[in-house]
Design a protein around this ligand. Structure first.
Ligand SMILES: [Zn+2]
Length: 287
């Protein structure tokens, strides 16, 4: 498969998974809000409203994926970084979710549970859906090298922990134990902020054109090592942009012929693109 075909396939897959996320968040908001109202659980209802804001977040991930795939003359390096921008916004959505949970439990009003069974069924479903979906999405995000899907998967994982807290909250509430719920919430909020911070850090690094990872540089070195026409590698650098990498190499070649040098540079570029996924562009300088 050629590079463009792979790219189209990746785009389709990313689009598909972000649509799944929209479906998951829509389902979660509906069952939690309905369950919250029927059971009388304020925690469940609050979590349902939170899922509604997640629905907006997953819609923006979808929009980000569509926009990042657009070609435009005004953005000659592509719009791939839109995905990093969306991941950055997602990080703040995760912080906000953490804050909301803490606020609800510490400052929300307590109300009695009318129907424990309904509340438990809904939260049980939520635990299952978020646990398995977060795992699936994370795996796919890694396969597709997508920062916005990775951020979305981290968020769903945070929602899984949130569901556990809501479950504890429902039970503690039902049995009238207040402090147990608060401790559980503190632990969860810590995890939520931690994952938000990781996403934020990664997004800012890419947006500021931090260097590509050592692994990528080592892989390029290995590919160049096999080429007998290369006299010396002066430097290998690169940066990330959304799912893709842009690389720059500076090498001394064993030839004085300009056309031959050009040919070798072209070959190097093709080889790197073929052996390394998600490399968008390789620029080879030679002497
Ligand atoms: Zn959430």
């Amino acid at each position: 498969m050629n590079a463009q075909a792979t790219k189209n396939l990746n785009f389709k897959e990313k689009k598909k998974i972000s649509l799944y996320s929209i479906g998951v968040n829509l389902t979660l908001s509906l069952i939690k809000i309905a369950g919250g109202i029927i059971s009388g659980s304020a925690a469940l209802l609050a979590d349902g409203v939170h899922s509604l804001s997640d629905l907006a977040a997953s819609a923006s991930v979808y929009a980000g994926i569509i926009i990042s795939n657009k070609k435009s003359k005004s953005f000659p390096f592509g719009l791939y970084k839109v995905e990093n921008l969306v991941a950055l916004v997602s990080a703040f959505a995760i912080f906000f979710a953490g804050y909301e949970i803490a606020k609800d439990v510490f400052f929300g009003e307590a109300s009695p549970i009318k129907d424990l069974r309904i509340a438990l069924i809904v939260i049980g479903l939520t635990v299952l859906i978020t646990y398995f979906y977060a795992r699936y999405e994370k795996k796919m995000a890694e396969k597709l090298n997508s920062p916005s899907l990775k951020a979305d998967a981290e968020h769903i994982k945070a929602d899984f922990y949130t569901a556990l807290v809501v479950l504890a909250g429902i039970l503690f509430q039902y049995f009238g134990v207040v402090w147990g719920e608060k401790i559980a919430v503190l632990v969860v909020v810590f995890f939520i902020f931690h994952s938000g911070f990781d996403i934020l850090k990664e997004a800012v690094k890419v947006l500021l054109d931090a260097s590509v990872d050592h692994e990528t540089i080592d892989k390029v070195k290995n590919i160049l090592k096999d080429n007998p026409e290369i006299e010396k590698i002066n430097y290998i650098t690169g940066r990330n942009s959304g799912s893709y990498k842009f690389l720059q190499l500076d090498v001394d070649l064993k030839t004085d012929s300009l056309s031959e040098a050009h040919h070798i540079a072209h070959e190097i570029e093709q080889k790197i693109k073929k052996e390394m996924p998600f490399v968008e562009k390789v620029i080879v300088h030679y002497e």
